[in-house]
Every structure is written in structure tokens, then in C-alpha cells.
Write a protein that binds this ligand. Structure first.
Ligand code: ZN
Length: 274
């Protein structure tokens, strides 16, 4: 066991050396075995949201003054998708990119997979991401279609998910009953306005980063002026590789990418967010 752990650390060191050679830096702390954190229940203030808020806005506000879509939030779903230490490192790399670029990022991980990852690698990924200024919100425990579950199962999926103040229902699948249950626990339902459809295979492959940038480019320009923009993409596709191109395109268009928080963030994701 000890030998395997040592080998893992050496391997991670090699990966880090390779990655930092590409000009990308990130902390190695996520891969460093630490004492298993005790699963102390956390209760954060989650006021019931006001009625009739726009679910697709995710707390992003809009202003019409520039005549363009206003604030743009980047979101990333379904981390971790594979069970490997590289998976955690990749997510940290994305968070470090966001921090270094001054860009706000909100992640919606699958809690059951996070738990398995944490158990295997003793890395508290959620804390590490929040320390880097990436918001981490609830995407349920096991990623089911919530509208197909009984109310008690919906409640359990939400309560066992990542503690936050925003809930993105898996597949964007919710109905008034699911929304009401989420709100009763103090969650705002948060979907998206621009879908990259990055997970849909084209000729057996995920769409290229360039194609994803193009898709956002097109949808941004058909978004009504002054509307908040929330971009949906996934951790396991080419979306991470498209992020810089998307940011460059949003800036070139004259819309505003939500700015990275200047300090570590907590479970309580603010409203308004940006
Ligand atoms: Zn998902």
C-alpha cells in the first residue's frame, strides 16, 4: 500500500512537471494525501428564494446599457467523470486557469463520484476548488432525472448533494414539484441560457474546442441585449479546452465575463452572483 502511494505521488509529480512545462501551474495539494476529513454536517444560511425568479439566470444579472448581452457566467458540470487522480488534477487545472484569468467559474460536480474520488485519493476537491475561488454547487448526489423520482427521493438527492445555495438539476430536468422541494431547502434552481451540446458525439467524437467556441459565438449574438448569459459545458468533453477561446470571443464581442472572486469562496454562493 505504502509503495503504491509513493508510486502515485511520483507519478503525480511527473504529470505536474509535464503540465507546468506547458506554462500551466497549479497547486499539487489536491493530489497530496491528507487525513480524511470527518464528514461533519454543515448548515449554511439558505433563505428561500423569492417567487418567480428566472431559473436560467443562476444569479447573473443583466443590464441593457451596452446593447449587448451583459454578464456571462461559465459553468462546468459532471466532475469527476473518471476514477483517476488525473481527474482531480484536471479540475484543479481548470480552476487555476479561471483564477489566473480573472474569470468566474461555477462547477456542478456529481457528489457520489466526488465521494468515491475523495475516499480513493484523500483529496477534498470541493474545498480545493473553493480555495481557488471556484464556486461549487449542488448537482444532486447520483445524477438521476429528478422528475422520475418520488418526492422523498428527490429530497434525499438534493440533501446528499454538494452543500450550496444553487441546484442544477441533472439534464436540466425539473418540474414545479422538484423546484418547490429545492426551494424548501433554500436552493435556487439554476439551468443555463447557452448550451454548447458538447457531450453529443459527432462521428464518434466530441465536438472540437473550435466548434464549441463557434457555437457559443453564434448563440451569444442571438441573445437579446441586456440578457444574462449562463454557458453550459461539461468537464469530460473538449469544453475545458474551449474555455479560453470562449472568453476571448465574449470579450471581443463586448460582453462581460463574470469576474473571479478575489478571495476563497464558501458553500453560500451569493445572489446576485455577478
Ligand atoms: Zn450533469
Amino acid at each position: 500500500m505504502r509503495t503504491r502511494e509513493t508510486a502515485s505521488i511520483v507519478l503525480v509529480g511527473l504529470i505536474l512537471a509535464l503540465v507546468s512545462g506547458c506554462g500551466i501551474t497549479f497547486s499539487r495539494s489536491a493530489a497530496t494525501p491528507t487525513a480524511s476529513p470527518s464528514p461533519a454536517p454543515v448548515t449554511i444560511p439558505r433563505p428561500v428564494p423569492e417567487p418567480n425568479y428566472a431559473v436560467q439566470d443562476c444569479g447573473v444579472s443583466g443590464t441593457a446599457k451596452s446593447g449587448k448581452p451583459s454578464n456571462v457566467l461559465l459553468t462546468i458540470d459532471d466532475f469527476p467523470s473518471e476514477h483517476s487522480i488525473a481527474s482531480g488534477q484536471k479540475m484543479m487545472q481548470i480552476a487555476d486557469w479561471a483564477h489566473a484569468s480573472g474569470v468566474m467559474m461555477e462547477a456542478f460536480p456529481i457528489k457520489a463520484k466526488l465521494d468515491a474520488y475523495q475516499q480513493a485519493y484523500h483529496a477534498d476537491v470541493v474545498s480545493e476548488l473553493r480555495a481557488r475561488g471556484t464556486y461549487v454547487s449542488n448537482h444532486s448526489f447520483s445524477h438521476p432525472e429528478l422528475t422520475k423520482l418520488s418526492p422523498s427521493k428527490v429530497k434525499a438527492e438534493i440533501q446528499k448533494g454538494v452543500q450550496s445555495t444553487y441546484l442544477r438539476p441533472p439534464y436540466g430536468d425539473f418540474n414545479p414539484a422538484v423546484k418547490k422541494l429545492a426551494e424548501a431547502d433554500g436552493y435556487r434552481v439554476c439551468t443555463w441560457t447557452i448550451d454548447t451540446n458538447d457531450w453529443r458525439l459527432v462521428d464518434g467524437k466530441y465536438p472540437s474546442p473550435e466548434e464549441l467556441v463557434k457555437r457559443v459565438h453564434t448563440q451569444l449574438r442571438t441573445t437579446p441585449p441586456g440578457s444574462p448569459v449562463v454557458i453550459l459545458g461539461h468537464y469530460f468533453t473538449n469544453y475545458p479546452l474551449a474555455l479560453q477561446g470562449i472568453v476571448d470571443d465574449v470579450n471581443a464581442f463586448g460582453a462581460h465575463v463574470c469576474s473571479a472572486p478575489s478571495a476563497p469562496v464558501s458553500e453560500a454562493v451569493p445572489f446576485p452572483l455577478c
